[in-house]
Unconditional design. Structure first.
Length: 117
């Protein structure tokens, strides 16, 4: 499975950004997809995840502001993270992630999100 993330950038506090992650290769083996984020000196943390059945999970810090969704089209799987009401604390490198039904973990390259106050 290959994961290609895009959509990061610079936003002002209160603004919005949308991240995308295109999955290719072996997408039928994907069990769930999610977004993690990491700042220097801190561990990578889960932001939101969505199972292929549609159930979602959010970190408390982003509930009500971020929305995760997935578009399952023919031969492609695209993960989105709509981020609204952005805060400077949301500044981080965001990573797309997916586990397969066999337990293999895949990570995309990170995309930087910077929120200015």
């Amino acid at each position: 499975v290959q994961l290609q993330a895009s959509g990061g950038g610079l936003a002002q506090a209160g603004g919005s950004l949308r991240l995308s992650c295109a999955a290719s290769g072996g997408i039928r083996s994907i069990a769930a997809m999610g977004w993690y984020r990491q700042t220097p000196g801190k561990e990578r943390e889960l932001v939101a995840s969505i199972a292929t059945g549609g159930s979602t999970n959010y970190a408390d810090s982003v509930k009500g502001r971020f929305t995760i969704s997935i578009d399952n089209a023919k031969n492609t799987l695209t993960l989105y993270l709509q981020m609204n009401s952005l805060q400077p604390e949301d500044t981080a490198v965001y990573y797309c992630h997916c586990p397969t039904v066999g337990g293999i973990q895949y990570w995309g390259k990170g995309t930087q999100v910077t929120v200015s106050s």
